[in-house]
Design a protein around this ligand. Structure first.
Ligand code: MF3
Ligand code: CO
Length: 282
């Protein structure tokens, strides 16, 4: 890839507080959806629930209408990796895994997060895949937090942490071509956050950098293709995929995971900034 200058828009502490409010709308919506996931439920039902919840919170579902995207969430089931479009005929079955990606805009600020949820009882290999994606996400966030504290953090420290965590977890595919991004008054801002790479490269992780980190992991090969609907990304080999995403802010003494109810404290402990009050999990 050609080197180009990326401009990262830094957010003030007050702006990060506003982004936290947007992040919490996303977190609460995902909690509602997690509780609703069950065999027999359609992805269109989940979409309706999401839109209702986001709007009830005074926010806007940011995906809806984004480049013509027709729904409030992305629901990607089994071999679908990301950007699956909810549909009434797509009904969840025991043993499925579903990635739900949710974005909300509140007072002009965006939050973006995704979780992959097992439907009922899933096979152990699927459970481990979900953990690999989740662990990789948190490893990426932890790397950013360490960089924030040392003052020497660079963007690809995150990429490296994501990649090495997945590689340590097993022989998984790491999807490339999609990845994380800056986020703020737009859902997608610079920089692009790769899920693979050598550490120590790219922009410095200084206070005010706000990023969505989103690893995508497959049980088989890493290759993906886009479906004829123009959105849904599926694994080329039909293997299961998992996706996890959080929006996080770099602060002077750590990170604040804006789309985690507890700000990330449960997973990261002292790596979470002390500046922000912990918000109790709902
Ligand atoms: N969370 C997704 C991302 O970061 C956004 C979904 S694309 C949309 O790329 F069109 F549905 F909004
Ligand atoms: Co995103």
């Amino acid at each position: 890839m050609a080197k180009k200058t990326v401009h990262i828009e830094l957010k003030s502490e007050d702006q990060i507080e506003l982004m936290r409010a947007a992040g919490l709308v996303v977190a609460e919506t995902l909690a509602v959806l997690r509780a609703a996931v069950a065999p027999g439920v359609s992805t269109a039902t989940l979409d309706a629930l999401a839109e209702e919840h986001i709007r009830a919170a005074g926010a806007i579902p940011s995906f809806k209408g984004y480049h013509g995207y027709p729904a409030s969430i992305c629901t990607s089931v089994n071999e679908q990796v990301v950007h699956g479009i909810p549909a009434p005929e797509q009904v969840l079955a025991e043993g499925d895994v579903i990635s739900i990606d949710c974005g909300a805009e509140l007072d002009g600020w965006h939050g973006d997060a995704a979780v992959t949820i097992p439907v009922g009882q899933v096979r152990p290999a699927a459970r481990r895949l979900l953990s690999a994606a989740e662990d990789a996400l948190w490893a990426g966030i932890a790397a950013a937090a360490r960089g924030a504290r040392s003052g020497r953090g660079r963007l690809t420290d995150i990429s490296f942490a994501v990649q090495s965590t997945i590689e340590r977890a097993g022989r998984y595919g790491i999807v490339e071509g999609y990845g994380g991004h800056g986020i703020g008054r737009e859902m997608h801002q610079d920089p692009f956050v790769l899920n693979v790479g050598r550490p120590g490269q790219g922009p410095s992780l200084v206070p005010g950098v706000v990023l969505a980190i989103e690893p995508m992991v497959t049980l088989g090969r890493a290759r993906v293709r886009e479906c004829s609907d123009g959105w849904t990304v599926v694994t080329a080999d039909g293997s299961l995929a998992a996706h996890a995403e959080h929006t996080m802010a770099i602060c002077a003494d750590g990170v604040w995971v804006l789309t985690a109810p507890d700000g990330g404290r449960g997973r990261l402990g002292h790596l979470v900034t002390a500046r922000q009050p912990a918000v109790p999990a709902t």
